[in-house]
Write a protein that binds this ligand. Structure first.
Ligand SMILES: NC(=O)c1ccc[n+]([C@@H]2O[C@H](COP(=O)([O-])OP(=O)(O)OC[C@H]3O[C@@H](n4cnc5c(N)ncnc54)[C@H](OP(=O)(O)O)[C@@H]3O)[C@@H](O)[C@H]2O)c1
Length: 265
């Protein structure tokens, strides 16, 4: 036992754990002494990651191959972890993986999927685990958000709206749970070099993208600094976005996104 495991142990449940930011959280939390429950869809990605972390850290590493957009998966997570002391919830899954499309031309079923993954998923798991953490008087919840949730984004607006939900949920939960000793943070990411983004947006220049390892190591040092955490450099941009009058910032975002993806999606 150490100060970190006393505060955030015994298990961390990472929703969206098999690669990128989620896998970095998993490796780092195991190194800090937490046991793990890893959740994402692909058994083929989870099994080797669990083996690797188990071997390196000696921690108990379990995994559940589940689609977090399915309400039955959320119930399964509850039942499969009912005998475990989950002290930390990281909700990381949730990137937009489809090409940018004007909302009214887009696929409503896909938007419902994003709502299930980024609204219902964090809501149900934060409700369930948050209640247990509150009763215990310790622990942490991190909901991974996006700069895309700080401003209505052209061609990407349903994703942005679901991320805004996560930011607001994190702020409100922080307000309610902080007095009970539970650390809550909405982690607002900008462009981050993840395998999912490289697969889905191969045209992007990743030279300025943030690295998941750097984000995670800095976040784990300041879990008590919620309700919103920004990786270095993102805060200034987010503040600018949030402070400016809404019309110019939305127009500017539309133009930037048009330029960014010009002829690319
Ligand atoms: N990358 C960026 O530039 C960026 C920028 C801003 C914010 N973010 C946020 O950072 C987080 C991580 O993004 P990412 O780029 O790594 O992509 P991602 O597609 O969210 O993938 C992250 C993890 O989630 C899992 N996952 C995805 N959909 C799932 C589902 N329906 N059910 C269960 N697991 C699922 C993936 O594994 P499987 O595919 O095996 O399920 C993977 O392990 C997201 O919340 C995203 O909104 C990312």
């Amino acid at each position: 036992m150490n100060e970190f495991t006393d505060r955030y142990g015994r298990y961390a449940l990472i929703a969206g754990a098999s690669e990128g930011v989620g896998a970095c959280f998993a490796r780092a939390l195991a190194e800090k002494g937490l046991d793990l429950v890893l959740v994402s869809r692909s058994d083929a990605k989870l099994a080797p990651l669990a083996d690797e972390i188990r071997t390196r850290s000696g921690r108990d590493v379990r995994y559940l191959a589940l689609d977090l957009s399915d309400p039955a998966s959320l119930e399964k997570i509850k039942s499969q972890t009912s005998n475990l002391e989950v002290g930390t919830l990281i909700y990381n899954a949730g990137a937009e993986t489809r090409p940018h499309t004007p909302m009214v031309d887009g696929d409503l079923a896909w938007y419902r999927y994003l709502v299930a993954l980024n609204v219902t998923g964090p809501l149900v798991l934060a409700h369930y685990f948050g209640g247990k953490l509150k009763a215990r008087g310790r622990g942490a919840i991190v909901l991974v958000g996006s700069l895309g949730g700080c401003c209505g984004s052209f061609g990407n607006l349903v994703y942005g709206a679901t991320k805004a939900f996560e930011h607001t949920l994190a702020e409100g939960l922080w307000s309610e749970l902080e007095p009970h000793g539970v650390h809550v943070a909405g982690l607002i990411l900008g462009l981050t070099d993840t395998p999912a983004l490289r697969r889905n947006r191969p045209q992007i220049d990743f030279s300025h993208a943030m690295k998941p390892e750097a984000i995670v190591s800095s976040v784990l040092e300041r879990l008590d600094e919620g309700p919103i955490l920004f990786p270095e450099g993102v805060e200034t941009l987010a503040e600018k976005i949030m402070k400016l009058p809404r019309r110019p910032i939305v127009e500017d975002a539309r133009e930037r996104i048009r330029q960014f993806y010009k002829g690319k999606t």
